[in-house]
Design a protein around this ligand. Structure first.
Ligand SMILES: [Zn+2]
Length: 92
């Protein structure tokens, strides 16, 4: 015959183990978010080509840094055309 206190001890250990194992009874496993942070970056920002004034998605545009400003171009032709100018004149 097993002593009663041994049974109680075993039961307590079992309960403690279940508690330590995880909160399996409180909530189900949360669904993982499908969208990681990197994909949350705004990639659909439109920028204007200063040469042909076409709007391009920023992540697709060619970039040219001139001084503090960064210019975005739809194509290398526009970039070359812009870079070929001595200075961007008449800018509003
Ligand atoms: Zn262009």
């Amino acid at each position: 015959m097993i002593p009663l206190r041994l049974l109680i001890l075993a039961l307590l250990l079992y309960v403690a183990w279940r508690v330590l194992r995880g909160r399996w009874w409180r909530k189900k496993r949360p669904e993982p978010e499908a969208v990681p942070d990197d994909d949350a970056m705004p990639q659909d920002v439109l920028v204007e080509d200063p040469v042909c004034h076409v709007l391009i998605p920023k992540h697709q545009a060619l970039r040219l840094r001139r001084g503090e400003k960064t210019y975005y171009f739809c194509s290398e032709q526009c970039c070359d055309q812009f870079a070929g100018k001595p200075e961007h004149e008449g800018e509003a």
